[in-house]
Design a protein around this ligand. Sequence first.
Ligand SMILES: Cc1cc2nc3c(=O)[nH]c(=O)nc-3n(C[C@H](O)[C@H](O)[C@H](O)COP(=O)(O)OP(=O)(O)OC[C@H]3O[C@@H](n4cnc5c(N)ncnc54)[C@H](O)[C@@H]3O)c2cc1C
Length: 458
Amino acid sequence: MAGAIGELRAAFPGERVVLDEERLAEYGKDESDLGVFQPGVAVKVESAGEVRSTFAIASRYRVPVVPIGARSGKSGGSLAIHGGIGVSMERMNRILEIRPADLTARVQPGVITGVFQAEVERHGLFYPPDPNSLDLCSIGGNVAENAGGPRALKYGVTREYVLGLEVVVPTGEILRVGRQTIKGVAGYDLTALFVGSEGTLCIVTEATLKLLPRPRHVATALVCFPDVDTAAQAVSRVLAAGVIPRCLELIDDVSVQAIARGSPFQLPPGAGAALLFETDGNDEEQVFAEMARVAEMVRGSASGEVVVAQNEAQRRDIWETRKYLSVALRKLAAGKLSEDIAVPRSRIPEMVARCREIGKARGLLVATYGHAGDGNLHCNVLYDGDRERGAADAAVGEILRAAVDMGGTITGEHGVGLAKRDFLEYEQGAAVVALERRLKAAFDPLGILNPGKVFPET
Ligand SMILES: Cc1cc2nc3c(=O)[nH]c(=O)nc-3n(C[C@H](O)[C@H](O)[C@H](O)COP(=O)(O)OP(=O)(O)OC[C@H]3O[C@@H](n4cnc5c(N)ncnc54)[C@H](O)[C@@H]3O)c2cc1C
């Protein structure tokens, strides 16, 4: 590393090369609860050219390069498990242009997603991908993880909005892939390959994003159920009836307990589970008519009235409660392993029940909440201290395998990263994983970019 650090110091201004241990430890953490894995040095890049220079230095000394976004990741993708150079995108945080006539925007990867959304909305436009971490995460991290969020049910995930990318590959080429237009099918779809590549094929240095006109009306509602099975069945009923709200979020009984401990929106006493749903569009009457249809379908099995947010403040409180569930759950146990499996929507009730049984068999609580409308469930295994950690790990393994056995996936949006690399083959099979490894080698022949992620180490 010493040689690489020397060259980085010569190539970058002093304040952009981080060697201070405390600051490096910050770069070595994310939201995955996997521990601290700090890089040997971090460099704050400002251009694609600087990323290329960093790759050149790393290649000469054969040291790893780890792209670091806003570190809100939940699968450990930005952790420098083999040390090396952390490439922080925080200074590449400019919105380069918003083109209302083309319904597109060009941004640098370090732009915080919520900041971008707010800016776009000032132009009467809409960028739908809305990870619940949108105030914490960056567009580059969203592209790398193909992030989703509650609105994915109606609008799809990040991939649907990435038209083109500027990327730097480990061999040093700066490539522009994709297009600036809405349509375009020339050549292989490398943009789609890079989106969701979890920082293992390239470093994204610019993204051209598709925008939509902003829907003029949104209605938000919350309804409680006596128990989670009833709530999960209501999700399946709504979807089977052909209604697609823009969001349909499930909150189970354990999550309800967490909410009771000080979240902004309090659920009625005795609630055993809840559904949060939202409809949107340009015609106010239609938006409320759709909401009424959903309400009708869930009311029969609900334990109370459907509460429709009456103003922006109420809407915000409901969403704040949902957004910070992950944080609220930490008050129930010292440790939490958070998974984000997805199953075919018809299997949601079965998956929710399975998660609970898997926990119960080991004496552990499992909180299941999330984007139930698209089958994407966040299963949080709660545990106390080191004594229960082994049991929690085993429960997670069983949950991931159960999702695959039901025709689902080990990750709906958080990525494989470090957390789930040992389960990739269970889902995809050896031949597919071997092909993916060959693809990785084509882009990164020296294996310097984010090693140890997505695939188990050989
Ligand atoms: C409270 C909370 C709620 C969340 N809710 C959601 C949700 O609803 N939906 C969802 O999808 N996710 C969610 N997440 C997970 C997380 O926010 C997303 O995965 C997000 O996309 C990560 O972005 P980041 O900028 O923080 O990236 P980081 O965590 O810094 O990095 C994530 C991965 O991207 C790579 N990377 C970062 N920048 C680049 C780049 N420029 N080029 C190449 N690779 C890069 C890193 O190497 C790493 O592999 C949530 C997280 C939290 C803490």
